[in-house]
Ligand binder design. Sequence first.
Ligand code: FEO
Length: 404
Amino acid sequence: MKAHPINDRIFALHADIESDELFEGIWPIPNGVSLNSYLVKGGKLALIDLVRDWVDAPLALEEELEGIGVRLEDIDYLVLNHLEPDHSGWLEEFRERNPAVQIIATAKGVELVKSFYKITEGLRAVKSGDSLDLGEGVVLRFEEAPNVHWPETMVTFEAGSGVLFSCDAFGGYGALGDRIFDDQFEGEELGFFEGEVVRYYSNIVASFSLFVKRAIAKLASLDIKVVAPSHGLVWRRDPKAIIDLYQRLATYMEGPQEKEISIVWGSMYGNTKRGLDAVIAGIEAEGLPYTIHRIPDEDVSFVLADVYKSAGVVIAMPTYEYKMFPPMANVLNLFERKHIWNRQALRIGSWGWVGGARKEYEELVAPLKWESLESLEWAGAPDADTLDELYERGRELARRVKAI
Ligand code: FEO
C-alpha cells in the first residue's frame, strides 16, 4: 500500500485488515476493514489516529509514511480522536520509537491513554474550539463528539483544506485496496461500500444514534470538503453523501425506517418454517420488499444490518424447552442494545408438547416499543386454517408498513 495524497499537505494512510478474528471480538469482517490514519504536514508533522497491531497494520503504516519521506521518529504530534484500541493499540511501541511525540486527545481521552497504555508524559488535553498550529498555514481544530463512538471521542478539522478527520463517524467496513476515494468507485462497487457502512453502523454506532445526530448538527457550520474517517472510504467527491447517509441511519432508531420487512427465523424441524412460508406469501401478495435471515446459521451482524433499516419485523421461532428458541434470545437482546425501536412486528412459531416462548419474548421486546400484531402459535405442524391465518397476518403486517 502507499499513502494517498488528499492535497499536497495531507496524506491518507491505511491498513487493510483481512482476518477471521472478529472486529471488537464480536463482528465478522468477511470483506475486511481498513484502519485509516492521516499525516498532516505544516512546519510540524501531525499523525491523526493510530492502528492496532493487527495483521501487520503497524508495518503498513510505517511503510506508507516512509513512502512520503516521513519516519515515525519525525512526527511531532499524535492526535488520537478516539481511544478504542483499533486506533490506539500500537501506542506503547509507537511512543517507544518516538518518545518526544506529543499525544493529543480530549481530557477523557488522556485518561484512557493513561489507563490503557500507562503513558503519563507528553499528553495534552484539548476541548472543543482548541486548535493546533502546525505552521505554514496548517491549523488543526478540535471538536468534541462524545459517544461517537466512545465518550472521549472528538473530530479534527483542517479549515484551510476543509478536511474533516471524523474517526469512527462516517466510517464503514470493507477493505479498500489501492483505491480509497469515493470517486474511484461507481455503481455496484460504491453500493458495496455503502452496504458495509450500514452494517458497520448497525453493529457499532447504532446505540449512539442520538449522539450522531448531535454531532452532525454541531458540524453543520463547517465547510467540509472531504470526510476522512478512520474506517472505509475517504469521501471527497461527495462528502455530503456520507453525512446524509449517517443522518438517515441515525433517524432509523426512532423512525421512520424503510418500507420493507426483515424476517428473522429459526426452526428445529421445519414446522415454524412452514408457517413462515405462509406469512411470506402474504407479504409478497402486498408487493412489499423483504429480507430473510435464518439464525443461528447467519451471523447476527448481517441480521442487524437489515433489521436496523426496516420498518417491519417478523420474528419466527419455536418454543424450546418451555422458552424461546435460544439463538433468538441473543438476537432480541442485541436489538435492545442497538435500539431497534418503533417497528411494526409479528411473532409466530410452533410448539411441541407445550408453548412457553411468549413470556420470554414479551419481556425481551418490551423495551423496543414495537407495535405488534397478535402473535400466532400452533402445536406441531400448521393446519390449513392456521396457514390461512398466517397468510393474512403477513398481508396485514405489509399493509401496516406501507401505511407508515
Ligand atoms: Fe474504530 Fe470505536 O473504534
